[in-house]
Design a protein around this ligand. Sequence first.
Ligand code: DX5
Ligand code: ZN
Length: 235
Amino acid sequence: MNKPIEVSASVLSADFSRLADDIKRCEDAGIDRFHIDCMDGHFVPNLTIGPVIVEAIRKSTKLPLETHLMIEHPGQYIESYAKAGADIIQLQVECYGPRRAACREWNQWPKEVDQIDLPALRTDLQKIRQLGKKAFVVINPGTAVCEEILNDCDGVLVMSVNPGFAGQKFMPEALPKLARLKKIFKGDIAIDGGINAQTAPLAAKAGANVLITASYLFGAPSLRDVTQGLKALLK
Ligand code: DX5
Ligand code: ZN
């Protein structure tokens, strides 16, 4: 049985000068969750949202907030994001393990690893769960699905773009990862990057049950039409 599709609004493409209004518009459109892209200018080239803004978003909605941590040493920030009101904390596995030679300098992206330091990742996932929050791992397009960690997490987020910016093109390399996860994993399977009317059906069919969208959603004339169109996939 397929899980119902949930749509997560990535606030990166919202209007930050009237964020509370955009959050309300998403709620009225039937959005299920909010996705908050937290970037540090090191793990990714962009710099975005810290716990202070998460706290402000928390005051504007009761819907689940997922914080996608694209930051070095994410373990150091778990408590701050949890305190700020995150319900789901998403850790990039590329923060755990020796980096590939091509991305060892601070200004070389995307960050990629061949081996993951499982004990260190497990410790941080447990830290999230001990705080009563849901723990997700995130895998970049260049990273394989790490099957050994699945028992320790509530969800896996498969990146279909290299993280850093909204509005990039969907990378179909993500699809086989979704299909594999659908076979072996009972938790949430989320997809992030380049989701639109063409790519969402492919992702849903392959196995994603959470569709994250920034530019497609906020760039549309009707948030409701986009949200309901995505939720109707596989019905
Ligand atoms: C990319 C972010 C995504 C981004 C998605 O680094 O993790 O969440 O907001 O943007 P779109 O939907 O425009 O690809
Ligand atoms: Zn994201």
